[in-house]
Design a protein around this ligand. Sequence first.
Ligand code: SF4
Ligand code: SF4
Length: 343
Amino acid sequence: MSQMRLGKTELLVNKNGFGALPIQRATIDNSIRILQKAYENGINFFDTARFYTDSEEKIGQALSTVREKIFIATKTAAVNEESFWRDLEISLNNLKTDYIDLYQFHNPSFCPKPGDETGLYEAMCKAKEQGKIRHIGITNHRLAVAHEAIDSGLYETLQFPFCYLSTEKELELVEKCKEADMGFIAMKALSGGLITNASAAYAYLDQFENVLPIWGIQREHELDEFLEFSNNPPTLTEEIQQVIEHDREELLGEFCRGCGYCMPCPAGIEINNCARMSLLLRRSPSELQLTSEAQQKMKKIEDCIHCNQCKAKCPYGLDTPNLLKKNYVDYLEVLEDRSKVSV
Ligand code: SF4
Ligand code: SF4
């Protein structure tokens, strides 16, 4: 398994990180088994967040006996000093540790800096002085905040969505992080489930020596797949390049990544799935998207009050209400075609 240096943090990490958001959906026993298996097979970087319900607790239960041999990254979405310290203490307690290797601001809408009156960056520095955290990072979905964080010189890592569907703008961030000696942590390497060829996703990211992908893992067979890749890394063969080109043509542009940052919706619409239904129908087993429960969720689009809150919050600048409408029209057509076939 290859290792990489995570920028100026000087952490030497396995080139494959463990993204611990999906284990929220796994049972405790399965989560513990998966996390321990990941560690036993060389994965040493685990990324979680205070926001990911019981993910931190599961890491604490699974890995506290090997604490010194792993690196833990977690995140706080605190908006003031008080919630910062509360989050940090809860995370330390959940993770059964007295220090966090990398503490990250979780997708803030601005770049926390000393003197900005939130007290957040000062709290990070104090926590570092106290030895409760070792390195300071930031995660984001907004290009402007990411650039500001790099330019500020205040952060050791940036976590940002990055995959083979990314554009020149994200590539520029990767390059800028390299110049600033910041670690670049790639989230959403499978673009929220829209990339279905994991070996192509792996081969693409493996080319960037300063990029640490964190693979979101919920099931053992998903872990096995990435372990196999790290032992026998897929390369950018002509065949894989064709897969990438095909997906780029099909997916680039106005598509919803399923991140959920536009939610909650006052009309109760499950935007992160409904706004990409046309893609889900065609890129995953369609039956899953056509159950009566799924149909009810799609029908909720009719309740949209056009408040545009979702549009304002979408970090990809999508016209979300319009996208929902288009997906709903397509969905109704698919349902109609299906009923004709079954008659
Ligand atoms: S515009 Fe519609 S979908 Fe978007 S937040 Fe408002 S009600 Fe929900
Ligand atoms: S509409 Fe935008 S914010 Fe909402 S889930 Fe999709 S990509 Fe994320």
